[in-house]
Ligand binder design. Structure first.
Ligand code: HPA
Length: 245
């Protein structure tokens, strides 16, 4: 079963023919919102808005463990994370779609593992390639079929938020090799790996990261870019071939 986690700019999935909503209580508490079960272009899928239906949950307060646990319990085996990000490398201009292939985790203080020695015994998952290559290929194919230009690969820096970064922080991320910066990519990706879910990210660049353009980042600019860009994400989703298990 295919799952989609929507981020900023995609708290709802237009085009989803809703069948029902699943209210999930997990060993970790409730999910960000009820999971929506439905079909998109005939393809069954589950949708969860990670910031809640009314976009009220900040990145550091998202119950990532509940979200991933509940999606796995509902049978999700392939999970696409939609993410709004800031662009760091020159190629990652606002409006660009990117399917990243690496990440660096700068978050802290988030419940980030099922294997905490309490709920599940200690285990060290393999995570050298944080995104599922098979699902990345599905996304790249869907982009080609739907004529959506995307960048294949890039390194996502997951930061704590909710504030935006300083120019010096972005310069450091660039030196570290990061191409994109966002606030929700971790621990979502590693929890999905722990849960045995194939996980990939479709990132939409909403703004130049801090210090990279002449003017300060404005939320109005970000919202405008997301409003115009998310319909391309939706076209890409609609073009997924449906053979996602
Ligand atoms: N920084 C962090 N997260 C973001 C940004 C940014 O510039 N834009 C969208 N999400």
């Amino acid at each position: 079963m295919l799952g989609i986690i929507g981020g900023s700019g995609l708290d709802q999935l237009p085009g989803l023919e809703l069948q029902d909503e699943i209210h999930c209580d997990t060993p970790f508490g409730p999910t960000s919102a009820p999971i929506q079960r439905g079909q998109c272009k005939g393809q069954p899928l589950l949708f969860l808005p990670r910031h809640g239906v009314d976009h009220r949950i900040p990145p550091h307060k998202i119950n990532y463990r509940a979200n991933i646990w509940a999606l796995q319990q509902q049978g999700v085996s392939q999970l696409i994370a939609i993410a709004a990000v800031g662009g760091i490398s020159r190629a990652m201009a606002p409006g660009t779609l990117v399917i990243p292939d690496q990440l660096i985790d700068y978050t802290h203080g988030r419940e980030h593992s099922f294997h905490d020695g309490d709920f599940l015994p200690l285990a060290h998952i393999e995570f050298a390639q944080p995104y599922c290559s098979e699902l990345r290929q599905h996304l790249l194919q869907a982009a080609a079929v739907s004529n959506q230009p995307v960048i294949d690969g890039g390194c996502y820096a997951a930061v704590q938020g909710p504030r935006l970064e300083t120019a010096a922080e972005i310069a450091r991320l660039a030196r570290d090799g990061a191409d994109l910066v966002g606030m929700t990519g971790m621990p979502e990706a590693s929890l999905a790996r722990e849960a045995g879910i194939c996980y990939a990210c479709c990132a939409l660049v909403a703004n130049w990261a801090a210090g990279l353009s002449e003017h300060p980042i404005s939320m109005a600019e970000i919202e405008a870019e997301l409003a115009s860009g998310m319909h391309r994400v939706l076209q890409l989703i609609a073009a997924l071939d449906g053979g996602q298990g």
